[in-house]
Design a protein around this ligand. Sequence first.
Ligand SMILES: CC(C)(COP(=O)(O)OP(=O)(O)OC[C@H]1O[C@@H](n2cnc3c(N)ncnc32)[C@H](O)[C@@H]1OP(=O)(O)O)[C@@H](O)C(=O)NCCC(=O)NCCS
Length: 193
Amino acid sequence: MRWWDIDPVLELERELFPEDAWSAGMFWAELASARGPDATRRYLVAEAPDGSLVGYGGLAAVAGTGDIQTIGILAAHRGTGLGSRLLRALLRAATDFECGEVLLEVRVDNAPAQRLYERFGFAPLGIRRGYYQPANVDALVMRLADPESYAAAADAPAPDAGRGAPDDAPPNPSPPSSPHSPPTTHQGTNTHG
Ligand SMILES: CC(C)(COP(=O)(O)OP(=O)(O)OC[C@H]1O[C@@H](n2cnc3c(N)ncnc32)[C@H](O)[C@@H]1OP(=O)(O)O)[C@@H](O)C(=O)NCCC(=O)NCCS
């Protein structure tokens, strides 16, 4: 993701996370930490063949721990493996950042996202009460202990992918653009991944 992606990403953001969408400033702050030798973020976008953005995701890396900051695919493009490709690319980023573990928060009522994470080896770690505001919804905290093994499987069938290894069949939209500059944390804001 580069700065010129922020406006289209914001449109997706408002559609995907209407209750607690990030602001432009938050994305700018993330991208500021995504470049250079001291980068701690990686943000990626998924483009359709016509060049429109249909998804995005971001990872923060701090002291050997990765954190999925956000991940989302436009509804019309879900169920084709794009989310899996994005997540795998983020785990590859975690490996690049030498993270020994990756954490994330997900709404307790978000079953599709939890299934995605479970397929990638994430396991429940605990609950954060009222993490998502103003809806006051709890977050399930999940942890992946060995991101490297799942990142390494990037070009192979998804590990225990269950029904139809998503990466076996290239999705319609083009795969996530190459790791674009990564990003940052959103000051004081909850993560979407
Ligand atoms: C969670 C999310 C990112 C998943 O994205 P996605 O692109 O649909 O993910 P995938 O396509 O890789 O997998 C979704 C399902 O499609 C299936 N699938 C993928 N490719 C497939 C294919 N070629 N044929 C058949 N099924 C396929 C997967 O097995 C999976 O099935 P399951 O839900 O029963 O386990 C998406 O639902 C989303 O953006 N949700 C809204 C935002 C959100 O909640 N983000 C997470 C915040 S924590």
